[in-house]
Every structure is written in structure tokens, then in C-alpha cells.
Design a protein around this ligand. Sequence first.
Ligand SMILES: [Zn+2]
Length: 428
Amino acid sequence: MIIGIDDTDSNEGMCTTYLGALLLEELQAYGAVETFPLLVRLNPTIPYKTRGNAAVALKLKTVCPEKVIAHVISRVEELARIECEKTNPGVVFILEKDYKILKPVLGNFLEEAVRNVIEIQEAKSLIKEFEISSKGFKNGRGLIGALAACGAMLNPEEWDHTFEHLAYRQKERWGTPREIEKESFFEADRKTYPGTWDTVDLTNRLVVCVPHSADPVLFGIRGETPTIVTEAASMIKSEPVERFAVYRTNQGTDMHLLSAANAAEIRDMHSYMLEGMVSAFPKTIHGGHVIFSIRDNEGNEIDCAAFEPTKNFRALVRKLMPGDKVVLSGSASSGTLNIEKIEIKKLAPLHKEENPKCPNCEKHMKSTGQGQQFRCKKCGTHVPSKVRCEVKRDLETGLYEVPPCARRHLAKPLVREKRSDIGIHPAR
Ligand SMILES: [Zn+2]
């Protein structure tokens, strides 16, 4: 059977992946766990999400599904932060006999939950129609992620994936500052990058894989294979690890991006790739955010932003100028595209005016002081004005991204990019 769980955490504590890790161990009393547990990130722009908008799915071979269902529900009741206003847990159970019929239905539902906005009612109707065992707490919003996570488990070949090794803290330490040796994270990164990423942010000298919230996570190492994330985790020096789990996940895959044909179809709470031409010089506004606009080939314009937390990425964005051809990836909010990545396809030529060279003797000419007239000192030739010449842009075409400290869970880091037709500039 497949078990999907979502929305058990709150901003203050708990974490659905921790509950998943506990259940992985406990459910062995009822059967054998098959394959890696899944950590599925849903639409990152949903405003009512709790922290990371992550759901979990487990797959178990069992002869006593009723016992599993009872156990999981009792553990969710016990551990979920049900008292938190925003926490609305949901648990879904898919029996093996229903795998075939639900595979396409929930595969579709997964894509919708990652890219679009799903109402609770849609999840509830689906549960009713297919008579799926489930339990929603409070408004049951977690049923959406729980169903989506089951959809991911039923369709393992349909989506790109990475892995995350999540290490958890001893319970008595929850809510206290994490004791870690920062240097060990830099060391682990040096030894396993590019097989792992987003462990640290070299430019900003930050350890980025350690959360600051009160949840049970000590750290999470992200990477391409289960072996490499576990190898990196083994190099970390820290307070004792209570338990860990290696999740297969849609993090770092760009699964959230829709392809926008033009700027007019962009809607808030969705994420896109959009091609266009920079139409206004970037400007830095209050708070350090950098804003500019692009125009699509139908003439529609949209504001784009590199917000302050994107740090050094803003320096790159400030170098853009009208006429540059770009493809942006990012999510829409208040009519503005919040940039995660940028492909600079073509740079507009940059001109400057300079004193002309003498057509006869190649020497730079001097102003005569009369209007714009120029005169060659050597041969006396006159030229009526300054000349325009092209200067090299302080920017290269290629793919660029926000630094690790500003990365969205779902955004595919450039270190994973396989394209060879363009320069790739991974942020480190
Ligand atoms: Zn001359």
C-alpha cells in the first residue's frame, strides 16, 4: 500500500518528513518498506502553506492494511501540530488493488498540485469518487498534498528526481540552537560537489542546509544519488543525530515551472519560464530589491524582480539593459515575476560616443571648442561631431541563478543543467 501524508507541521515545529522517518521505522512491524520514501514539494507560491509545502509518501508491502491505517492515523493525531491555525493534516491510503486505476488520475493530480492551485473540494471529490481511505483533520487541506505524494509514488518514472539525506535532532534539543561545526559542512561540500549542492553558499559564506526553525531537522543534504548525499552527511560534525532518512524528491527539478507563451497569460500563484526582451533599465528600490521590466514578442510587458535576499544575483541583474533577450524562470506574485533563474540569450549592443579618429592619419582628434567640431592636429582635417562606437558589455550570455541561500526547493540548480548550447554559471 501507499501512504501519503501532508501538512502536519507548523511554523513553530514538527516536520512532515520527520513523521515519515518515524513511520518508516514503526511500520516495519506491519510489513516491508518498498523503495525510498518520497518528499514531494508542492506549488511554492500558495499563501496558506506551512513552511516548505512538503508532502511525504511511503510504500509498504503488508497483509494487514487496516492495522497500518489505524497506526498512521493515531501517530498523526499524536504528533501533528493540530493546534496551529495553519496546520490542517491529511492522510491518504492507496491499496495495492487500486494502483492501476489511480496511477493516471493521481499522476495528473500531482502535476496540478505542483504547478497550479487546487481547492480542497477537488481532493475530497476525488477521494469520494474512487473510495480512497483517508483522514483529513480540521479543514483537510493536507489531503491535497497527501494525494499528490501518492501520485508521485504511483508514477516514479514520470518526474525528474534528486535525493535528500535528512538528519533529525534528539527531541530534548528541539527549539534550542543547533550545535554544528560549520567548517565540516564546507568540507563535505568540497568533497562531494557537484554530486551534492546547496549545502553551503560559498559566496555568502553561509551554511544553508541547516534550518533555523524549531522543527526536528538538524540538516538536509541534497544531491544526485542516495550514495553521495549519505557520504556527505557522514562528514558532518554536529550534536547527536537521533535518526535520519534518505528521501527521493522532486526538489531541484523545476517541476513547478509552466511554459508561458506570453506575459499576458501569467497569473499570480504560478511559476513560469518566459522569454522576452528587457524593456526598462533595472532600478534598485527601497529595501535593495532590483526591478526591471521585459516585453514579450506580442508587446505585453511585465515587471520582474530580484529581491534583496537574492544577494549577489542582483549585481548581475543590474547589468541588464533594454534590448537584452532573456528567458526568465520564476513565480508570479502581485503581477511581478520573482526571478529564480535567467538565461541571457543575446546582449543588446552598447554604444558610447567618443572623439573621432582622423580618417587620414588615424590619430584621435581634438575638439575645436566650437560646437561639436573636431580637428586633426597633424593634418588639419575637420570632422563635424563625435562618433558612436560599440563597447564591450560587462556581462556574458548564459544561464545564471540566485545563490544557494535564496534557492527555492523546487528550482533546478544550474549544477544539474545538462545543456551544452550555452554557458552555464552555477552559483556557489
Ligand atoms: Zn590627420
